[in-house]
Design a protein around this ligand. Structure first.
Ligand code: F3S
Length: 398
């Protein structure tokens, strides 16, 4: 890979340890994928923040980099393993909290914004159409590429961090227009009536067109909330982190539907629900906000929880970003939600918090949430927000 004089100096260690290490990572990646050069990025989103996933080895790696590493571009963080301000209320072990705080300290020292959300585009890390960025977190990467029309590969935590210290990323993969061409036409012939239908659709496309870039037709309307849940699902279950939706995503106008076609109808959606949902009636955990709930979703939760009480046998989390929670506090939604017995889980989520063995069965609106909850050994139920609220109140899935 071609390096400028300045990049070569960084690789030689003239800007210190963190930049040298980062250049080594970027050059190795660039050589593996045949990148001709590095390109500048407008922002970075770093995943791999939960101590649950990092462990002591990850913490040590971050502390080494934090000694002299400072990010060169706007850099935000994915969810951590706990609510950084209210972890006791979520039943987090104090020793875990101590280690998680050390991880956050290391990131903070590097100049990273401790946003701890998988929806950076809702809290100020919003690239422009066509801008090159280096993001990790699969749902955010898919949102950036598809809904915003920015350009990013699906970075891992270390490669995203390396891009932040250098301000550049290798020019390969989805940074190149030739790799962004849709290669399968997906015609959707069914209505997507409930929010969770979008997760089911992502499951259908991901499993039927794995590793493809779908060009989706037949969808009349979609708001940001359904698009973010669709992004999370389609990439989790198999597709590349890029799709086009005719008339909805900005770059869809550049292309026409490709030749090979699959159709998704109501029976496919039903099959998706059958695959995602386990046999269980009892629910002891409800989590809404995968990806993190927007202020609009929080308002909907508050409306549905008004004058209701969550069952004493059920834990109910609203996973969201700190800024969305602060808006919710001001608007009075937080009080309604907490009066009902539900809890806010800011900065974290059901996948990265240490939940294994704590709950038996989860209800959620998110297909991706179900996928990761199964990894945490939970039975899963996916349904509408109304169904999930009902499950929280009764402790039963209806
Ligand atoms: Fe976000 Fe966690 Fe879901 S990172 S997309 S809330 S699994």
């Amino acid at each position: 890979m071609y390096l400028t004089k300045n990049e070569q100096k960084m690789l030689d260690g003239e800007e210190g340890y963190a930049v040298k290490k980062s250049m080594e990572i970027l050059v190795a990646l660039g050589n593996i994928y045949g990148a001709e050069k590095l390109i500048e990025v407008g922002s970075v989103q770093v995943a791999g923040v939960s101590y649950h996933n990092l462990g002591d080895a990850g913490l040590e790696f971050l502390n080494e980099l934090a000694k002299d590493g400072k990010v060169k571009v706007l850099t935000t963080l994915n969810p951590a393993g706990m609510d950084l301000e209210n972890w006791q209320n979520l039943g987090i072990d104090p020793e875990f909290a101590r280690k998680q705080n050390l991880v956050i300290e290391a990131f903070s020292k590097m100049g990273i914004i401790v946003s701890c959300t998988c929806t950076p585009y809702l809290i100020g890390n919003l690239p422009r159409y066509g801008e090159h960025v280096a993001w990790s977190e699969s749902s955010a990467v898919t949102f950036a590429n598809s809904v915003i029309g920015a350009k990013t590969n699906r970075e891992g935590g270390p490669s995203a961090l390396a891009a932040a210290f250098v301000g550049k990323t290798p020019y390969y993969g989805l940074h190149l227009d030739e790799n962004r061409v849709p290669d399968i036409h997906v015609e959707v012939t069914t209505d997507l009536a409930k929010f969770s239908d979008w997760g089911a659709l992502g499951y259908c496309i991901g499993t039927q067109a794995p590793a493809k870039i779908p060009y989706i037709t037949g969808i009349k309307d979609a708001n940001v909330d359904v698009l973010k849940t669709f992004c999370a699902s389609v990439v989790t279950f198999g597709s590349k982190p890029l799709f086009y939706m005719q008339g909805i995503t900005p770059a869809s106008e550049k292309y026409s539907p490709p030749n090979g076609k699959i159709t998704i109808d109501a029976s496919n959606l039903k099959e998706a629900y059958d695959a995602i949902n386990d046999e269980t009636e009892d629910i002891d955990f409800v989590c809404i906000g995968c990806p993190h709930a927007s202020i609009k979703e929080i308002s909907q939760i508050a409306n549905l929880l008004k004058s209701k009480k969550i069952s004493p046998n059920t834990e109910f989390w609203v996973a969201t970003s700190r800024p969305a929670k602060q808006l919710s506090d001001k608007r009075g939604y937080t009080k309604i939600i907490e009066d009902a017995g539900a809890k806010f889980a800011c900065d974290t989520c059901m996948a990265v918090a240490p939940l294994k063995g704590r709950f038996r069965a989860i209800a959620t609106t998110s297909a991706k949430g179900c996928y990761y909850s199964r990894h945490n050994k939970m039975l899963t139920k996916m349904g509408s927000l109304e169904q999930c609220i009902e499950a929280g109140v009764s402790g039963k899935w209806n």
